[in-house]
Design a protein around this ligand. Structure first.
Ligand code: IMP
Length: 425
């Protein structure tokens, strides 16, 4: 494994498509060598699936590094946290014999809470879009957007406010809209969770700075995918947080220059959950085949994912914004047996026929986008011992590198940690 982690620096591993790229596996592999693993943004809209032996773990809030007893895991101030989900996750992971002692977990008390009112609002907003004749965003329904909105309105409540009844009740009094869906019982339950979480409250930024001082290796685990970024994604069909590399530093409270590697993780094809533009989207039998073969169902909501060909226009665009130093291609095994593999290499204006390589800058512009799909020879079978001996797989990787101008350093060929190869050139 080439060294993607450096002493006294951070490595950011982030999704380069619409989420669900299989980051969990790579993060989990890198976590073996990391000292500190941090989640920096988003909330339990994320779902990371990690397979260890015959056990499958899905985490929504805790970074994948949690399964490595030597790792200190950090949940940064940039997160929005549903405390009921966090408690459930703690209990589930603990039931598998993983130690969750406070000396191995830091929870920044400045992370904002997702309360029942946010989930109700999320649902109502989706319904009102629908009844107004506007397409739903297709959110995960976890209250993510409304929790970020409360934070921006400056009437949000932070997870650290659960540390005492007095503080929490006074915060609720100041934010009457957040009382919806809260009765005496769940207020008591929230306060109990607050007591349980209290020993974990620490300044996450200071913890990571301390790790840098001690020459430790820090990994930042991005959630979702950069094409869902609120500014640079397919707005409004995006999530509500900033997902790009610069913002990830902000989510934990470190300087951007402390990040020495930015790894963009993408699937050998593409998927998207929820609505919004998706050039290269497939339909018909190939769509069903790919979804089934790739088990493309949401880890958080169970929704079937939309599937399509890899979009190199999008990948190049997002690589530039994030300054990827390397790429990791996941799930290449899923495409095995295909005669030809499609790749989106340009966009075409459906009205004028004009070809272009750039990213549409308005919602309306997307309505006129048609993908230009090129087909390259597929890899019909792979030698499990040495898959990179396969000429077609190699040309596919080189084709991607030529378009994106970033080296593909890791190719994943199955869910197990052992199923993947590092490219050294
Ligand atoms: P929200 O984050 O729940 O508000 O959802 C906004 C959009 O982002 C929807 O299209 C979701 O399906 C999508 N989304 C949010 N989190 C993830 C994720 O972790 N993986 C894939 N899509 C996501």
């Amino acid at each position: 494994m080439p060294s993607l982690l450096h002493s006294g620096k951070a490595t950011l591993v982030m999704g380069a498509q619409f989420g669900d790229e299989g980051k969990g596996k790579l993060v989990d592999m890198l976590a073996e060598k990391a000292d500190v693993v941090c989640r920096v943004q988003g909330g339990n809209n994320a779902g990371h699936t990690i397979v260890v032996g015959n056990k499958k773990f899905v985490t929504h809030l805790l970074p994948s590094g949690i399964l490595h007893p030597h790792c200190h895991v950090v949940l940064g101030a940039g997160l929005v946290i549903d405390p009921f989900v966090l408690e459930h996750e703690f209990n589930n992971i603990e039931s598998h014999g993983v130690s969750l002692s406070p000396d191995r977990i830091t929870l920044d008390p400045r992370a904002h809470l997702i309360l029942p009112a946010h989930k109700i609002m999320d649902q109502k907003r989706e319904e009102s879009r629908s009844s107004a004749g506007t397409q739903k965003i297709g959110t995960t329904g976890r209250g993510i957007g409304p929790a970020h909105a409360s934070r921006a309105f400056r009437d949000g409540i932070r997870i650290g406010d659960l540390r005492s009844k007095e503080v929490f009740i006074s915060a609720l009094e100041n934010s009457p809209s957040l009382r919806e869906g809260l009765d005496q019982t769940n207020i008591e339950n929230l306060l109990k969770i607050g007591q349980k979480l209290k020993p974990y409250f620490r300044d996450a930024s200071a913890v990571v700075h301390n790790a840098f001082e001690n020459n430790q290796k820090v990994m930042l685990e991005g959630a979702q995918g950069a094409l869902l970024d609120i500014l640079f994604g397919t707005y409004p069909y995006v999530t509500s947080s900033h997902l790009v590399a610069g913002a990830c530093a902000g989510g934990i409270g470190i300087a951007p220059w402390k990040i020495s590697e930015v790894v963009g993780v993408f699937k050998a094809y593409a998927t998207r959950v929820g609505n919004g533009p998706f050039p290269g989207e497939l339909s018909g039998t190939l769509d069903t085949w790919l979804r089934e073969k790739g088990h493309e169902y949401g880890a958080t909501t169970g929704r079937p994912r939309r599937v399509g060909w890899l979009d190199l226009v999008a990948l190049r665009y997002i690589a530039q914004i994030n300054g990827y130093t390397s790429l990791a291609m996941m799930k290449a095994d899923v495409l095995t047996t295909l005669e030809n593999v499609g790749v989106v290499t340009a966009y075409r204006n459906s009205e004028t026929g004009e070809l272009f390589q750039g990213w549409p800058l308005s919602t309306q512009a997307w309505d006129k986008i048609e993908p230009v799909v090129e087909f390259v020879p597929g890899w019909k079978h792979l030698d499990t011992e040495n898959p990179l001996k396969n000429a077609e797989l190699n040309s596919y990787i080189e084709f991607i590198e030529k378009h994106v101008q970033v080296p593909v350093k890791f190719v994943s060929l199955g869910p197990e940690r052992s199923q993947g190869v590092w490219r050294t050139k």
